[in-house]
Structure formats: structure tokens, C-alpha cells
Design a binder for this molecule. Structure first.
Ligand SMILES: *Cc1c(COP(=O)(O)O)cnc(C)c1O
Length: 413
């Protein structure tokens, strides 16, 4: 397939091909792909030397602060296939009180809860849906713990693609309802996310649905890599010392790691990399177990449970990509308890006014442990990820009532 129109487009992409993340085998761009022949994720490759001439930090600085500003190193060929609900550059907010209480400084949160549909799943799904549109898909299907399904539903509806979504039966009510509200057909399934994934696979065979599962199509990684591009620019092209990422399928961690290499090839940053900390919950920690045992692949975690539904992922097809990045960066895979997660959410909201989601709380809890164990220094520049708005999650009822007709002791209020 030729795309000469790409040469005359106002902002072309420099995609050259796709590549198996495991074997390096080459795949043609501009065609529908799932996993590679060996069943592993495909990575999108670009002509970065040419892209470097078109896209520089100076050019970027003149563009709107959104995800599509990286157009040249994103996969969409034709500008008309771009879809958007306003994917803003998310702010990086500090946690001064929480840091001080731990004897540290320089603690930052990238607050992804500001994105459309309230989570960073918007980054991955806006790209996956734009590419599905470009490649002629009419129905997508995916398993979800909630946020991915919501983002998929929203973007699919916006471009007129049908969406069929399967979630574990105990997915939070708000997620199931928002998925339906945004136009998808959503089903609760009596199983976990990988059980839902199997249904998607069967439906794909039976009905020709396009499987949009985490890392089973190549473009969600490209959307998520914009977190890495964005944070580098926000930190003045100097990456932080450590990044704590709540890891389910690992799309964001893998995407950021890819972004760092691409930016170095583009000449935007040097060779310094943050230590990457993959954070999981004690009740579902397949990456932590594999990391501790020195394995490159992780086995399925049985009886997965945690309050942080977004990281309740028993098995990940990109396990080796997560573990490679953690090891190459000198980071670690860390597990935290649900109690520590909830405490962290409470502390950040109460003392610094930032309401984290439980998965974001997990990164704070993991940082606290890492600081106590000496894995991070008190003055290390640390970036946590808050992946969704805390408003989507149940909050403890701490309200009190007041009888306006009785005597009120204002001094006691
Ligand atoms: C999906 C999700 C995660 C995990 O992200 P991955 O990149 O798939 O590992 C973490 N937190 C929340 C809130 C999520 O929705």
C-alpha cells in the first residue's frame, strides 16, 4: 500500500514499519495487525533521523499542549483519521507535605486523571481507535477492569465504530455504567480480566471483531508513550531520577521506555534514564514475583485481589518488556498492601489536597517503602503516576449532619 499523500500532509508521520518486540521480525505498516507470529506485542518503528529534522523541541514549543503535537512520531497517516476529545498535556503536581513528612523533597505526581474519561487509558485508546478507523475496522472488542473500556467506548462512539466490552463481574459500578453511557455494549462476566480476554478472542474469530486488548494491537503503546515525551519536556528535557508506575498490563511503562529511546535518537535527551519502579498490589504481583526470581516471563497470579482494580492483571503478554525496562534501568518491581494504598490516598488528599486513585496511591505507598529501604534517596527527583481521577472511586463517608433548627455551638464546628 502506498501513502504518497503522507508526503504532502501538513504534519506527516515518519512510520516505517512494525517489529516483533521479541524476535525483531519486521511487519508492514498500514495493515491491521494483532500480536506477532510468536504471540508477542508489535512495536511501531519510525525514521527517527528524518523525524528529527521535522520535529524539534523548538517546533514542539510552538504547538498546542496536547497529545497530537507529537504527530510525526505517532502512527496515524492521514490527518482526517485523528480523533480527539481534548487529550491535554497533564500537569505535574508536587506533594510537598507528604514528602516533608517522609523527610524527603522533590516528590511529583503526573496527574493523568485530567484526561478525557478520567484516566490515562484515553492516551492509549485515542491512538488505537484512530488507527482502527484508518485501517477500516467497524467493530472493536476488549476486556477491561473499567477505565480502558470507558475510553474505548468514548472514542469508538465518536468515530462510529461499534464497541463490545467485557468486564469482570466485580468491576466498579461507575465504570460499567460509564462504558454503557458512552455507547458500548458492555457485559459483566463471572471471571477475571484474562477470562474476559478469552471471550474477546472467541468473538474475534466468530464475528470478526478487532481485538483491542492491552498490547494485542500495536497502537495503545504509541499513545501511552506520549507520557514519556510529555514529562521530558515538562522537566526541561532532563528525566527524573525515578518513576513509580502502577503496573497492570504495563502499557505505560513500556511506552515510556520506548519514548526515552526515541527521544535520545531524536537528540532531545541524553542517555540518562530514570530508575523504573513497577508497582503492584500484594494481592496481584506477578511482575514482582518474576523480578525477584530473576525470570524474564511471569506466570499467572492465582486468586488476584486488590482495591486497585486497574492493576489487578494476573498475566501480561508484555511481561518481558516490563521486566527488561525495570532491570535495564536499575529499578525494581515492588508490591504494596491494600492498607498502605488506602493510607497513601488518604494522606495525599488530606495534607496536599490531591485526590489520587487507588493505583496512584499504590505508587505513593511504594515510594514510601523504597525510601525507607534506601532504594531512593530523600532528594531524588521522583515522579509518581496518578492514572485516573480519584473521583471515580468510592470514598469513605466522613460527613456530619447539622440541625439548623436547634442551637448551634459554632465554636465546636
Ligand atoms: C489501566 C490502569 C493501570 C495500569 O496501566 P497499564 O499501563 O495497563 O499497566 C493503572 N491504573 C489505572 C487507574 C488504570 O486504569
Amino acid at each position: 500500500m502506498r501513502h504518497d499523500d503522507n508526503l504532502t500532509a501538513d504534519r506527516p508521520t515518519f512510520v516505517t514499519h512494525l517489529e516483533c518486540s521479541m524476535t525483531g521480525e519486521r511487519y508492514e505498516a498500514d495493515r491491521l495487525h494483532g500480536l506477532s507470529a510468536v504471540g508477542r506485542p508489535l512495536l511501531v518503528r519510525y525514521d527517527l533521523a528524518a523525524a528529527a529534522r521535522a520535529l524539534t523541541p523548538e517546533v514542539l514549543a510552538g504547538r498546542p499542549a496536547d497529545l497530537w503535537r507529537y504527530r510525526e512520531i505517532l502512527p496515524v497517516r492521514r490527518t482526517e483519521n485523528i480523533v480527539s476529545l481534548g487529550e491535554i498535556a497533564t500537569p505535574i503536581v508536587d506533594l510537598p507535605a507528604v514528602a516533608r513528612a517522609a523527610g524527603a523533597s522533590n516528590l511529583w505526581v503526573k496527574d493523568e486523571g485530567r484526561l478525557p474519561t478520567g484516566s490515562f487509558k484515553a492516551r492509549g485508546l485515542v491512538m488505537a481507535i484512530a488507527m482502527a478507523r484508518e485501517l477500516g475496522v467497524t467493530t472493536i472488542a476488549m476486556p477491561t477492569n473499567g477505565n480502558a473500556g470507558a475510553a474505548a467506548a468514548a472514542y469508538a462512539s465518536r468515530v462510529g465504530i461499534e464497541a463490545v466490552i467485557f468486564c469482570p463481574a466485580d468491576t466498579p459500578e461507575i465504570n460499567v455504567r460509564e462504558i454503557a453511557a458512552q455507547g458500548a455494549r458492555v457485559y459483566r462476566v463471572n471471571g477475571l480480566i484474562d477470562d474476559c480476554g478469552k471471550l474477546v478472542g472467541q468473538g474475534a474469530k466468530a464475528r470478526g471483531w478487532f481485538d483491542l486488548s492491552t498490547l494485542k494491537e500495536p497502537y495503545r503503546i504509541e499513545g501511552k508513550k506520549t507520557m514519556g515525551l510529555e514529562l521530558a519536556e515538562q522537566f526541561g528535557w532532563e528525566l527524573p531520577d525515578a518513576i513509580f508506575y502502577p503496573t497492570g498490563g504495563g502499557t505505560g511503562l513500556i511506552g515510556m521506555w520506548k519514548a526515552f529511546d526515541e527521544m535520545e535518537a531524536l537528540g532531545w535527551i541524553g542517555s540518562k534514564r530514570p530508575r523504573m519502579y513497577a508497582v503492584q498490589a500484594e494481592g496481584c504481583a506477578p511482575m514482582v514475583r518474576a523480578w525477584q526470581q530473576g525470570e524474564r516471563h511471569a506466570t499467572r497470579w492465582e486468586d488476584a485481589h486488590t482495591v486497585a482494580a486497574g492493576i489487578r492483571v494476573p498475566q501480561a503478554v508484555g511481561d518481558f518488556l516490563i521486566l527488561d525496562a525495570v532491570r535495564q534501568s536499575n529499578g525494581a518491581a515492588l508490591a504494596v498492601s491494600d492498607a498502605a494504598i488506602l493510607q497513601a490516598v488518604d494522606d495525599a488528599a488530606r495534607t496536599d489536597g490531591l485526590l489520587l486513585c487507588p493505583e496512584g496511591g499504590a505508587t505513593l505507598a511504594a515510594w514510601r517503602n523504597a525510601l525507607a529501604e534506601g532504594l531512593v534517596a530523600p532528594d531524588d527527583k521522583v515522579l509518581l503516576f496518578n492514572c485516573a481521577t480519584g473521583l471515580k472511586y468510592p470514598m469513605a463517608d466522613q460527613s456530619r449532619t447539622l440541625d439548623r433548627n436547634g442551637p448551634i455551638d459554632f465554636a465546636s464546628l
